[in-house]
Design a protein around this ligand. Sequence first.
Ligand SMILES: Nc1nc2c(ncn2[C@@H]2O[C@H](COP(=O)(O)OP(=O)(O)OP(=O)(O)O)[C@@H](O)[C@H]2O)c(=O)[nH]1
Ligand SMILES: [Mg+2]
Length: 438
Amino acid sequence: MVLDKLGSSLRNAISRLRGRPIIDEAVISDFLRDVQRALLEADVNVKLVLELSKRVKERALKEEAPPGFSRRDLAVKILYEELTKLLGKKQDLPLAEKKTNVILIVGIEGSGKTTTVAKLAKWFSKRYGKVAVISSDVIRPATKLQLEQMLQGEIPVFWKDVDDPVEIMKEGIERFRRDKYNIVIIDTAGRHKDERGLMKELGEYFKAAEPDLVLLVIDGTIGQEAYSQASAFAESIPVGGVVVTKLDGAAKGGGALSAVAAAGAPIYFIGTGEKLEDIERFEPDKFVSRLLGGGDIVELAKKVEDAFRETELLEKISRGRFNLEDFKEYLTQLKKAGPLDKLLEMIPGIGPKVPNLNIDSSDVDRWVAIINSMTMEERMDPSIIRGTRIERIARGSGTTAKDVRRLLRSYNQVKKLMESMSSPAKMRRIVRRMGLGG
Ligand SMILES: Nc1nc2c(ncn2[C@@H]2O[C@H](COP(=O)(O)OP(=O)(O)OP(=O)(O)O)[C@@H](O)[C@H]2O)c(=O)[nH]1
Ligand SMILES: [Mg+2]
């Protein structure tokens, strides 16, 4: 696993927290000291670590744990969220279909560019059609052999025995464009007399290749230094995103990832070994969930989140602001909870009060489809849904006007029922009884 040490330290901190019978400010502070130590050991920037722990502390003490959960659970969920935020957002690849997308790979010497080019070529060829590679490293001509060897003839590698990288790029791009390749990845040289020389050449490469995406390769073992490296490159060339390499066994990997995120560059991929398969898309939430040991902790965070949503829904209902969007969520939750008729039977007094509340679980999908065919305005204010609107919604959802009317009737019944239950506490008890709560 990537970032083994950080992961196990964080998991230890969490299990210590879970062992404490009472959660007060002192216990939260203890917990956060463990978390801070783990992050600092992974070379995460001190300022970022302090900000993170301050936010976790504030939130863990201020926010109310939803019913059925402890402040301990809440603290774990908040840590999960804040760690995810520390690593940035998942970004979609800015590539288009039906054209030749040019990706220019840049980075300092030895950062892992050539290896990454080969890995990406393989990765893209499984998902994005025809892929080709251009080797423009004229300083180290053996690079083309390195690429050919790694790709084993599965992916074409273009190169030319000339001194000018720009000439190689232009000719290669032209050829692969003519042959309708979907992705062309250009490897560049990292070795230069000095940094200024490298940065100047990058500008020329950018002009010549007109890439759709510039990917900066950063060595994950440099830790926090990744921040200044990412910033320096971004000043010379429009960096679209970053690949952080060598995260396998890199004790400073957490530092590199958080530093790149702090520099404002999205991390698209991470390199996790020397082999061709050792590359993956970077998704902060999944990454953190793996770091924390997957399974139970993330499960817990999700459950707490669900419980929050449920509480929110109940509050909306009690304030009489129960619209069709809410009804949709209500239906979906009901469906998750099990056979509806059974659940409804369990609500005391519901039968006699609302005899026609015929919600069948087979209705739920159809009803959700119907609601999806409505405009937002209609969902927010269902009273405007009459006449031709009903016809339109029925057509849009592949149902009948009768279905739409039945849905509206049930919605109104549920709304009335909800409103008649005076307090949220009482309502929560009922919903709990229905098996919807945590
Ligand atoms: N463990 C590990 N090693 C890697 C990873 N990526 C690259 N390497 C190794 O890092 C070294 C340098 O990789 P290259 O791909 O040649 O780096 P480069 O940026 O092309 O180097 P120059 O062309 O000289 O600038 C090689 O020994 C690679 O095997 C990775 O994700 N994990
Ligand atoms: Mg290279």
